[in-house]
Design a protein around this ligand. Structure first.
Ligand SMILES: [Fe+2]
Length: 197
């Protein structure tokens, strides 16, 4: 595991609960010095403390480990916070809405950060009846290709896996699509907001 409770997270959660180090320490039966050590990166809470610690901080163990409070925001809003995780070893793509701790092939995966397309990754959309026809002019060779296209709406995600030697294209139902994503295995995730019809 390369993710664990960090001092900064511990401090932020404790302060948002308006607890002092002493109060938190008393609640989980450790010394305030121990809490101070965690928060300044000089130590970690023992794994047996994760449950009482998360309880004291009012969040789940998963939230504590990921450093995020996942209960904020409603479902529709979270849909648009679709996140993509790509395993660098096996190429597996994992999608989540909201926060999650994701790992594959023994590696803890960070969510891909989407950027606006640069000149080499322009995402083109044409409208044909009720569909978007999406293309990316980009190499499609084994070493360098667009490995997926996706269209995200507040109702869910349309996802098309692509392969080398294929075409960087996909068709998506237009209905309520808010974002279109393209992932390059070398250059990462790009997204555009398609034009409203
Ligand atoms: Fe690329």
């Amino acid at each position: 595991m390369d993710n664990y409770v960090t001092g900064a997270v511990n401090r932020r959660l404790r302060e948002s609960k308006k607890m002092t180090q002493e109060e938190l320490a008393a609640e989980i039966y450790v010394s305030s010095k121990a809490v101070s050590k965690w928060e300044t990166g000089r130590g970690f809470p023992d794994i047996s403390l994760l449950e009482p610690l998360s309880k004291a901080l009012g969040i789940s163990v998963i939230e504590l480990l990921s450093g995020e409070d996942v209960r904020n925001g409603n479902r529709a809003f979270n849909m648009l916070r679709e996140k993509f995780y790509v395993c660098p070893v096996c190429g597996n793509v994992i999608r989540t809405t909201g926060e999650a701790v994701v790992s594959c092939c023994g590696i803890m995966l960070p969510p891909q950060e989407a950027e606006s397309p640069d000149d080499d990754h322009q995402i083109k959309t044409e409208t044909a009846e009720d569909e978007y026809y999406v293309t990316v002019r980009h190499p499609m060779i084994k070493e360098h290709y667009i490995s997926f296209l996706a269209a995200v709406s507040d109702q869910g995600t349309q996802f098309v896996k692509l392969y080398p030697e294929g075409n960087a294209e996909a068709r998506f139902k237009i209905s309520r699509v808010k974002m279109i994503y393209a992932f390059c295995n070398r250059h990462g995730l790009f997204r555009i907001q398609p034009e409203r019809r």
